[in-house]
Design a protein around this ligand. Structure first.
Ligand SMILES: Cc1cc2nc3c(=O)[nH]c(=O)nc-3n(C[C@H](O)[C@H](O)[C@H](O)COP(=O)(O)O)c2cc1C
Length: 140
């Protein structure tokens, strides 16, 4: 049943140097709004220097959205490190869950560990975000 397959793309990128925490919330709000229209879901983490995002949904919408994201001047150096097709979404309850990681490596607001412990999240995805969280702890 290829039509029902979900495409997911994961990337890491570097935030524009003057990007602030408040900008992260703005990005997240617009992502939530647009993803609802496009049937996209996922997780976006920011450690003050880099973004890591997994975006999932119908293939054409994911591809279209990732092109917009790549062209966004608020970050650059996007490297897509994972692209897959799957039967199920890993973040079905989130248009775009947002995680702000502090310099100490601990997350604020929504807990990353809690999000990643969902039964839908694949072990590889968990590993990617856990390792991203440890990058954050080296940032300052
Ligand atoms: C790190 C980052 C993640 C983003 N994630 C999303 C997203 O999940 N969905 C989305 O629609 N826009 C996201 N955006 C915003 C898009 O880059 C873009 O501004 C928005 O889709 C509007 O695109 P358009 O001007 O081509 O219509 C993100 C931007 C950044 C910098």
């Amino acid at each position: 049943m290829p039509d029902s397959l979900i495409t997911s793309i994961s990337y890491i990128s570097t935030a524009r140097s003057d990007l602030e925490t408040s900008d992260f919330q703005i990005i997240l709000d617009s992502a939530n709004h647009r993803n609802a229209e496009l049937g996209l879901t996922g997780l976006l983490a920011f450690n003050g220097l880099n973004f890591m995002q997994i975006l999932e949904g119908p293939r054409d919408n994911v591809n279209c959205c990732i092109r917009s994201i790549e062209a966004d001047k608020r970050h650059d150096g996007m490297v897509i490190f994972d692209r897959r097709e799957a039967q199920h979404r890993e973040f079905p309850d989130w248009k775009m869950a947002g995680i702000l990681l502090s310099a100490e490596g601990s997350d604020t607001k929504l807990g990353i560990d809690e999000l990643l412990s969902s039964k839908w999240v694949k072990p590889e995805t968990r590993k990617h975000f856990v390792s991203f969280k440890s990058f954050g702890s080296q940032a300052e």
